[in-house]
Write a new protein. Structure first.
Length: 314
């Protein structure tokens, strides 16, 4: 018997990607809503409550409204918006962080999928804090680059328009007020005392991203080398299907001393690189902002909730 799945917000980038991942699956039956009733709460409630799984691919306010329409205790909701990521009643959809995260995803009816930048940041900061290497009050600075697909439909249209602004040819730093919407979840899930400084860039390529955190060894909770940090990450993510930790300096993976951001596009994989030296230790995550950073993570969570192989359809 196929599971009935409703995608609320199928027209958006994440919703379309989730839909594409389900098209060839025989265990999924997509239920759809008429275009003229997409914002009709009565019709939406009908779709949500008749589904086994509902994906919310909506702005935050709309996601909250849709979640509140669910009265069927058997319907399981997976929210791709920011709305519920710091809500303790919702499982946080990053199973590789630990057995407790995975178990909560398995058993919950409400799962919040991490943000793209948050995925890369938390993949670095959570193990550092949990291992005791980095103190929770460390002054974290995050640098990140993303393809323009992560900026939404309006930005995609700008980047792909003829005669576009020449400024789009170069990387563009944004979130200049240090109020990016991913910061609360990065702080909470990582176990940080303070929100990090966050410098994200949107760049002139379609998809893929890197997120980087640098560590001053003198400010850490205990004396470690870059190799110690690499070994900690390797142990933390050992056995993970989708998160792989590279050897120190990316040996055998990075043929040159560069980390391009787009090489995992189209996958649900994430790579962790540790490099630098024993005084200034650098950690970078590389993944697809539309994969492990969005739709891929959402489908992975659903697979875990279904009790099937987490890489089904991925």
């Amino acid at each position: 018997m196929a599971y009935k799945v409703f995608i609320d917000g199928k027209e958006g980038t994440t919703g379309l990607k989730i839909f594409e991942r389900f098209e060839k699956r025989t265990d999924i039956e997509i239920i759809t809503i008429d275009d003229d009733k997409r914002k009709d709460p009565v019709e939406k409630a009908k779709m949500i409550n008749s589904s086994d799984f509902t994906f919310l691919c909506l702005p935050d306010a709309a996601a909250i409204e849709s979640a509140e329409l669910c009265t069927n205790p058997k319907t399981r909701i997976i929210d791709a918006s920011t709305a519920h990521r710091t809500n303790p009643d919702w499982a946080y959809g990053f199973p590789e962080l630990g057995a407790d995260f995975r178990k909560k995803i398995e058993t919950s009816n409400r799962v919040a999928v991490p943000g793209c930048y948050a995925s890369g940041s938390i993949a670095i900061c959570y193990p550092l804090v949990k291992s005791g290497i980095m103190p929770s009050d460390y002054p974290v600075v995050i640098h990140a680059v993303s393809g323009y697909s992560g900026a939404g439909k309006k930005a995609i249209a700008q980047y792909e328009a003829e005669g576009r602004d020449p400024g789009l040819d170069s990387p563009r730093l944004y979130a200049l007020t240090q109020q990016h919407k991913h910061l609360p979840e990065i702080k909470k899930i990582s176990g940080l005392d303070f929100e990090p400084i966050f410098n994200p860039y949107v760049c002139d390529y379609f998809q893929g991203m890197t997120v980087t955190v640098g560590l001053h060894a003198r400010l850490l909770s205990k004396k470690v080398t870059a190799k110690d940090v690499q070994e900690m990450f390797a142990a933390h993510y050992e056995g993970s299907r989708f998160v792989q930790v590279a050897p120190l300096m990316g040996e055998g993976i990075l043929p040159e001393q560069f980390i391009p951001a787009n090489t995992l596009a189209g996958t649900n994989n994430m790579q962790v690189f540790v490099y630098g030296n024993d005084d200034r230790i650098m950690i970078t995550t590389r993944f697809d902002n539309l994969g492990k950073g969005a739709s891929g993570a959402a489908v992975q969570c659903m697979n875990i909730m279904m009790g099937i192989s987490e890489d089904t359809g991925l």
